[in-house]
Design a protein around this ligand. Structure first.
Ligand SMILES: Nc1ncnc2c1ncn2[C@@H]1O[C@H](COP(=O)(O)OP(=O)(O)OP(=O)(O)O)[C@@H](O)[C@H]1O
Length: 285
């Protein structure tokens, strides 16, 4: 396996605020990694560190390069979608395509057009006269058409309507299968990416409280649904999460044998939201 990202002991402070607090991370080629965490957890800061866009302490290699010293080389191999649209407002949509074609050697015009065909953006309109969602669509089309081995998406679908968000992720996965890519994505709409991911990272107060493959989630974690009158038996097995669903109790366990749990009720593999709720509790981790 080739490491695309290799980080040891990443730290970042803003004054007395500790934003990254000892992050260790390996991301292998071909992974689709979801970076999930509450507001202010440090997700964007971590992505900025990977891109060489902020200073930090610790060891970090991305695509075999040091983002602090080789940011320029790195930027040619990473396609980065930020959560803000940075397109000049005076530019017409069609001109934006030509501009990126002229400045980025890995830009694929046909691919950009195929993204834009899915939208209702008039190519002769200025960015200033497009809707907020259209500006994001245009920006996504431009950036997604850059044929880079590493794709970093920071809240890519913020402000987009449901239909286009679905199209975007369909496109993303198609694109992933068409070319060899590694993808890191942050979003608060985790249900949308749940089925795409191969790896899951939970960041809380600058620390990774979960760093695992989706396959390991299914092996390690298990949900048990029991009638309320069996709740105590469920609690006795040491769940890491407990909540009520339609008058029954849903417990989440880590590392407890499925055979043992299965005697009490129905078993499921937990979804990302349930894992998140259990692991992000104030007293957890
Ligand atoms: N340039 C900066 N100067 C000072 N503090 C900053 C700066 N950038 C980020 N921070 C602080 O660092 C912390 C982490 O911010 P970051 O943007 O990485 O969080 P996030 O996990 O991406 O949050 P969100 O989900 O809200 O986008 C926050 O407390 C934020 O206020």
């Amino acid at each position: 396996m080739t490491a695309i990202v290799s980080a040891r002991g990443l730290h970042k402070h803003y004054g007395s605020l500790r934003v990254l607090d000892g992050v260790d991370l390996n991301i292998e080629k071909g992974a689709i990694v979801g970076l999930i965490g509450p507001n202010g957890a440090g997700k964007t800061t971590l992505l900025k560190a990977l891109l060489g866009l902020c200073r930090f302490e610790g060891e970090l290699e991305v695509l075999g390069l040091d983002p602090r010293r080789q940011r320029h080389d790195l930027s040619r191999q990473i396609c980065f979608i930020a959560d803000v649209s940075v397109l000049p407002r005076w530019l017409k949509a069609g001109q934006a395509l030509e501009l990126v074609r002229d400045i980025h050697p890995l830009f694929d015009m046909d691919r950009a057009r195929s993204y834009l065909d899915q939208t209702r953006i008039p190519m002769n309109k200025k960015v200033a006269h497009l809707s907020k969602g259209m500006i994001t669509q245009l920006y996504l089309a431009l950036v997604m058409a850059i044929d880079a081995p590493l794709l970093i998406l920071d809240e890519p679908t913020l402000g987009l309507d449901i239909l286009y968000r679905k199209k975007f992720y369909d496109h993303l996965i198609q694109d992933y299968h068409d070319r060899e890519r590694t993808i890191i994505v942050t979003t608060h709409q985790v249900e949308e990416i749940e089925t795409l991911l191969t790896h899951l990272l939970f960041l809380k107060d600058g620390k990774l409280v979960l760093n695992t493959s989706m396959a390991s989630v299914a092996d390690e974690y298990c949900e048990l649904m029991v009638p309320k009158d069996r709740a105590q038996a469920g609690r006795d097995l040491g769940p890491i999460g407990e909540r009520e669903v339609f008058g029954r109790k849903l417990f989440l366990y880590k590392g407890v044998e499925r055979d043992v749990l299965g005697r009490l009720g129905e078993l499921h593999t937990p979804g990302i939201v349930d894992l998140y709720l259990a692991l992000m509790k104030e007293d957890a981790a």
